[in-house]
Write a protein that binds this ligand. Structure first.
Ligand SMILES: C[S@@+](CC[C@H](N)C(=O)[O-])C[C@H]1O[C@@H](n2cnc3c(N)ncnc32)[C@H](O)[C@@H]1O
Length: 357
């Protein structure tokens, strides 16, 4: 069971955080000049034709997701999170360190001017984008790092990252021998990620399998074909993904996870509660991301009412614990705290676990 759901301190606070989750210091990240990566990117790759799925109908045209690359639509959100992790990596009090993150940003030609270290952002802590939102992403990274490592320490050897984006956990974290990490995301994002990691000669610390797919469709066959073992306990993670999916796709995703989860499996995810007020929707976090770097989060979020996936899983026998980011920032003594008209106030991180047999 996920410790978070059992009431123990979430997020690896109180000194119990495995050292590996602190970052890649001393890890196998090679020192590669950022310039090596320039010019290697081909945004907007076409995904392969979609298979018709009886479970989830072919989605309506959705501008943000149909565009396939890292530099457009929802793909750009992965790059924004990478930039946040790059900046965090340079903080003396970093919540998480990701030595690969800056390389991703520098490898995306049109975004190569984005900041990748604290010195690039004057007045960092007051900056709504790279200070507040960026630190939120760093906190989220750390909390889910710790969660996944705890699952690994408890014996889970199979990890599935849904909407993996530029997540480098397969490379950064100290996985036990025999661990396998599946990464699912859109083809253009995974292709960009692979090119960048290949240019760094990066070597994963677990067996890593990438599955290029649109998660609005039925992804079960692709996962099974890639070697996923539904009889083994799995740590599933949907970090920064569900907000972009239509409700039917979220329900299908959660049901698929349930149907392929052996006893002892866990699913963690990020979601937003309810509808944000106009004051929140025009608050600096959203407007700065839109106006300064062209990431219009509100336009990318699916506008339909969200399912209550925690309740759905509870009805299927899972235990669930719903946390706010502030539960963790208060415990760490770092990271964002509540503010008026807060774009982070509705965010929830849920930890669900299927009991051991
Ligand atoms: C905000 S990023 C988060 C990435 C990563 N989980 C992290 O936290 O760094 C959202 C990711 O979800 C992926 N995504 C969104 N909709 C998707 C879909 N329909 N199918 C596959 N991936 C999708 C995007 O390509 C992007 O990489």
């Amino acid at each position: 069971m996920a410790e978070e759901a059992a009431g123990a301190p979430p997020g690896g606070v109180q000194g119990e955080v495995p050292a590996a989750s602190q970052g890649a210091k001393g890890s196998n990240v090679p020192v590669v000049p950022l310039s090596v990566l320039d010019g290697g990117v081909h945004a907007g790759e076409d995904p392969p034709p979609y298979a018709a799925s009886p479970a989830v109908p072919r989605p309506r045209a959705h501008r943000a997701v149909e565009e396939g690359g890292i530099e457009e639509g929802v793909g750009l959100t992965a790059l924004m999170v990478a930039a946040a992790r790059a900046i965090e990596t340079g903080r003396p009090d970093a919540l998480a360190r990701d030595e690969y993150a800056a390389h991703f940003v520098r490898a995306a030609p049109a975004r190569a001017h984005w900041p990748v270290c604290p010195q690039d952002v004057p007045g960092l802590d007051a900056d709504p984008l790279w200070g507040r939102l960026g630190r939120y992403f760093a906190l989220r990274t750390r909390v889910f790092d710790d969660h996944l490592l705890r699952r690994a320490q408890a014996g889970t050897r199979q990890v599935v990252l849904l909407g993996a984006g530029l997540d480098t956990r397969a490379y950064r974290l100290d996985w036990p021998a025999g661990s396998i990490v599946y990464e699912l995301d859109r083809p253009g994002v995974l292709a960009f990620k692979q090119r960048t990691l290949d240019a760094l000669a990066a070597r994963p610390r677990a067996h890593r399998v990438t599955i290029p797919i649109d998660l609005r469709l039925d992804w079960t066959a692709a996962l099974l074909a890639a070697g996923f073992d539904p009889a083994a306990p799995t740590a599933w993670l949907a970090e920064g993904l569900l907000l972009y999916l239509p409700p039917a796709a979220e329900r299908h995703l959660v049901r698929t996870v349930h149907d392929h989860s052996a006893p002892g499996s866990a699913l963690a995810w990020e979601a937003k509660l309810g509808v944000e007020t106009e004051a929140v929707r025009t608050s600096p976090v959203y407007t700065a991301a839109r106006d300064r770097i062209g990431v219009d989060l509100l336009a990318l979020f699916d506008p339909e009412p969200r399912p209550d996936s925690a309740a759905d899983l509870a009805a299927l026998g899972w235990t669930t614990a719903v946390r706010t980011p502030y539960d963790f920032s208060r415990r760490f003594g770092r990271g964002p705290l509540p503010e008026p008209d807060d774009a982070l106030a509705a965010n929830r991180w849920t930890f669900a676990g299927l009991p051991e047999r």
